[in-house]
Design a protein around this ligand. Sequence first.
Ligand code: UD1
Length: 421
Amino acid sequence: MDKLVINGGVKLVGEVEVSRAKNAYLPILAGVLLSDQKIELVDVPNLRDIRTMWQLLNNLGVKTEVVGNITHVDASNVTSQEATYELVKTMRASIFVLGPLLSRFKRAKVSLPGGCAIGTRPIDLHLKNLEKMGAKIVMQNGYVEATCDQLIGTKLVLDFPSVGATENLLMAGVFAKGVTTIGNAALEPEIDDLAHFLQSMGVEIEGIGTKTLKVTGLEKLKPTRYRAIGDRIEAGTYLMAGLITGGDVKVRGFNPAHLANVTDKLREMGATINELPDGLHAISNGELKGIDATTEPFPGFPTDLQAQMMALMTQATGTSVMTENIFENRFMHVPELVRLGASIKLKGNSAIVKGPSKFAGAPVMCTDLRASAALVLAALASSGTTDVLRVYHLDRGYEKLDEKLMGLGARIERARENEMI
Ligand code: UD1
């Protein structure tokens, strides 16, 4: 197992380019199951979650070949419609294969994902709405088995704008008979991206970027070449990394509008944030001020940047309150930040952060993907050496995070955990 040994206290300065978004490519990869035509995907990031999704697809009979930065995909000969527990347990996004498999093959069997580090994360909205489209769903031996004669376009309204449910239902609608309307759809940019990918294969979709998506079922798709959007969460992480060190960082390769709420919050804290055509430029003005932030569905503050923002709040003067409204148990970074020297009290779904705290290096443990990023940020702000253990969580979702931060001047070494402790 790897760890990162971080010597903090260096101002990060320079430019960094984000990878294509993991959370855009995960549903797009599942979406390739819809097509018997050639698909070329450009700049798919090399991440653990993405590799797990490829493995899942390969097990179902999808052929892939990487040439340079293009992944050639051939899903013309899918031989199985079953996603087994071994893979699903390591990555909840496996549930995305349910909609496309059911739409194309009228059958899908997917292991139930179960809980994860940040809460129970049910899939009731996915299942309930697929049933409304005519699927028969049976839960047996830890698996969801869905069958249908033909999915039927239906007017659906989500009880909550779930990102995953919106994506699954959008894909289910591709070969449904007639028009599938998804009301109260989530607005996250990764959903627009999936819709644009489907459009590039000939699917008619109305209402992209709004709360009501309408997909018209069809019979045959066309070949496509597609490149997903830049990773807004990775971008936000680097902007905050720059600011937590009092630095000056340009982050490129993404649409700055996707971080509008985060930009507002960083400005409220006292940072200068300038828009670039393909990203954002964050400049520290010395002291940061404490603020309040609440996670909400897009365009609100993203839950996937909550932990990193909390790390930044520990270095701001005054009291900050971070409220988590999306997931029930997403404060696992708090005890680790406290170990480094942060003053954070939990009250219900809010964390009250008093800053600024001086961090002295200490070993800390990653618990989930975004919590790990928060610990890296805290380590960058620390005066000593911090060992960030179990970085495999980070490697799930950040491509070359250590190398990219080193490009900005950070002092980071990747080592085997047991070699140095
Ligand atoms: C996606 C992102 C994840 C991000 C989250 C919220 C991917 C691969 N993951 O996850 O990084 O943190 O959006 O922006 O894109 N819920 C239900 N029933 C359901 C589905 C969801 O109750 O059937 C609840 C969840 O438990 C959670 C909330 O709705 O409390 C939001 O979940 P959802 O938007 O579905 O997130 P994911 O798609 O799982």
